[in-house]
Design a protein around this ligand. Structure first.
Ligand code: 5GP
Length: 190
């Protein structure tokens, strides 16, 4: 795969607010970012749209992509739920002359950084506390109690990896976190 443009990774435990921050950055048109739409084998939830939030595909289609070496990275993020970044997706965005922005889990984010060390800015979004994160997940009302427990357990483990990222962005005030994220991205793409 050709190594061309830049990549910006936002990784964090779910419930940290990273998706909100990524959407905010995408709205700032002058930054010229485009979202890397991941493929996933999980079902769409809430208002999610196929081809916008994710490419929702079957387990079989996911396995086929693995076999064909179509992914830059992929993972079983949660039991039986696979997520992956397609090479084609990144190439599409670079072909537009834009910077790729990822909303991806911690291990996936570090894998992208490993593959493209010079071209990647890896940002870890840290929730103020595990308790606050759990509260946000409950407030979202999209996950079952069992799923929330699984996400919280995963988050506790993910916090250990924050030191491997280029930057840690603490999200205890969303407006401040957005402004800080904007500055980081602006500086990196200049
Ligand atoms: P959710 O089910 O809440 O949309 O996502 C679960 C987790 O998987 C989140 O941390 C999300 O960022 C991550 N994720 C989304 N796409 C990818 C991907 O392509 N690769 C990896 N490794 N993780 C992903």
């Amino acid at each position: 795969m050709a190594k061309k443009g830049k990549l910006i990774v936002f990784s964090a435990p779910s419930g940290s607010g990273k998706t909100t921050i990524v959407h905010y950055l995408l709205d700032q048109k002058e930054l010229d970012l485009d979202f890397s739409i991941s493929a996933t084998s999980r079902n769409a939830r809430g208002k999610e749209i196929n081809g916008k939030d994710y490419y929702f595909i079957s387990d079989d289609a996911f396995r086929e992509h693995i076999k064909n070496d179509d992914f830059i990275e992929f993972e079983e993020v949660y039991t039986n739920n696979y997520y992956g970044t397609l090479k084609k997706e990144v190439e599409r965005i670079w072909a537009e002359g834009k910077t790729v922005i990822f909303d991806i889990d911690v291990i996936g984010g570090l894998n992208i950084k490993k593959k493209f060390p010079e071209q990647t800015l890896a940002v870890f979004v840290q929730p103020p506390s595990i308790e606050e994160m759990e509260r946000r997940l409950r407030g979202r009302k999209t996950d079952s109690e069992e799923k929330i427990k699984e996400r919280v357990a995963k988050a506790e483990n993910e916090l250990k990896f924050s030191k491997d990222f280029d930057v840690i962005l603490i999200n205890d005030n969303l407006e401040d976190a957005k402004a800080e994220a904007y500055k980081l991205v602006e500086k990196f793409i200049k």
